[in-house]
Design a protein around this ligand. Structure first.
Ligand SMILES: Nc1ncnc2c1ncn2[C@@H]1O[C@H](COP(=O)(O)OP(=O)(O)OP(=O)(O)O)[C@@H](O)[C@H]1O
Ligand SMILES: [Mg+2]
Length: 295
């Protein structure tokens, strides 16, 4: 643990940096696979960065459609290497469009709940020693109810649930909200309707989820908006460029940029608990149950 202690100067600099800039953490999740979590995370992060914020995008999914592929980035290391001490977090970060700092898919993250004490210390230190400033941290989570999905969502300040108008997406989103609320103490969710095909589909989808949640769960849901189904978005994926850059006037781009404007207004945590290393501590502490996690 000795090398975990920061030098006085390092600690002072870090304190100054963090005191001026609390970090807002947004987890993008959804339960079902293929609903658009990675697409939304990447475009949201890029759009918030384009608005002048310092943004970090953490790829917490080991699936095939990874953030680095979507953004056309070449990566050498990931968070798993950082946890194992093979490289620093700075080594693993790659810079994406508009300066977004991308932490590539992390094999170590899946087992975040089972890290050894040395690994805990390592990951917290990795984040707290980061000299980049970060104002917004966007986390792209995997499909399903894996522990990593629950842990990242629990540790985030805002949980954005991506849903499509199909029965499996709706039931999976509900299942995720239920587990996060009952087992992890998460009470507030933002619902984003993706791949909508007609006007009114998004609000109707939100109402549907709201009705069932109101009936059975103690949660509050907000409607974050709709992203229409858009062939330009698919073309942008082929070009390995975020649609907000590749086709800025397309319907999906406009919706995603709107979401970014909204997300930028979501409350920023105040005080020490908003800092990046506190997010990581929340994440690591999440395994101990909701009562031990800072809310
Ligand atoms: N609004 C949209 N319009 C058209 N296609 C879309 C839209 N959103 C996502 N897609 C497409 O849907 C597919 C799945 O998207 P994405 O990989 O972002 O989903 P995911 O939820 O991250 O999937 P996984 O659960 O596998 O991680 C991709 O081919 C993507 O291009
Ligand atoms: Mg994905």
């Amino acid at each position: 643990m000795a090398d975990f202690i920061l030098s006085r100067t390092q600690a002072a600099t870090l304190e100054e940096l963090n005191a001026s800039r609390p970090v807002k953490v947004i987890a993008v999740t959804g339960g079902k696979g293929g609903v658009g979590k990675t697409t939304v995370s990447a475009n949201l992060a890029v759009s918030i960065a384009a608005q002048g914020r310092d943004v970090m995008l953490v790829d917490a999914d080991l699936g095939l459609a990874n953030v680095d592929v979507l953004l056309g980035l070449h990566t050498r290391f990931h968070l798993g290497h950082v946890v194992r001490g093979d490289c620093t977090l700075e080594d693993a970060i790659v810079t994406g469009p508009h300066g977004v700092q991308v932490v590539p898919a992390a094999s170590g993250v899946r087992s975040m709940a089972n890290l050894s004490p040395a690994e805990h210390a390592g990951i917290i230190r990795a984040f707290s020693e980061l000299y980049h400033s970060v104002e917004v941290l966007v986390v792209d989570t995997a499909a399903g109810l894996h522990d990593s999905v629950l842990t990242f969502s629990q540790a985030a300040h805002h949980v954005l649930v991506v849903v499509c108008d199909e029965p499996a997406s709706i039931t999976d989103a509900y299942g995720l909200i239920k587990v996060l609320s009952r087992e992890r103490g998460v009470r507030r969710f933002q619902i984003l309707a993706n791949q909508t095909r007609r006007s009114g589909e998004g609000p109707a989808l939100y109402e549907k989820i709201l009705r069932v949640c109101d009936r059975f769960l103690d949660v509050s849901l907000e409607f974050a908006g709709s992203v229409p189904y858009d062939d330009y978005l698919r073309r942008a994926v082929q070009r390995q460029t975020p649609v907000v850059d590749a086709y800025p006037a397309s319907v999906s781009s406009l919706a995603l940029k709107n979401l970014a404007v909204k997300a930028d207004k979501w409350a920023v945590p105040q005080g020490a608990r908003g800092h990046l290393e506190f997010f990581v501590e929340r994440m690591v502490g999440a395994q101990m149950g909701p009562s031990t996690v800072l809310q």
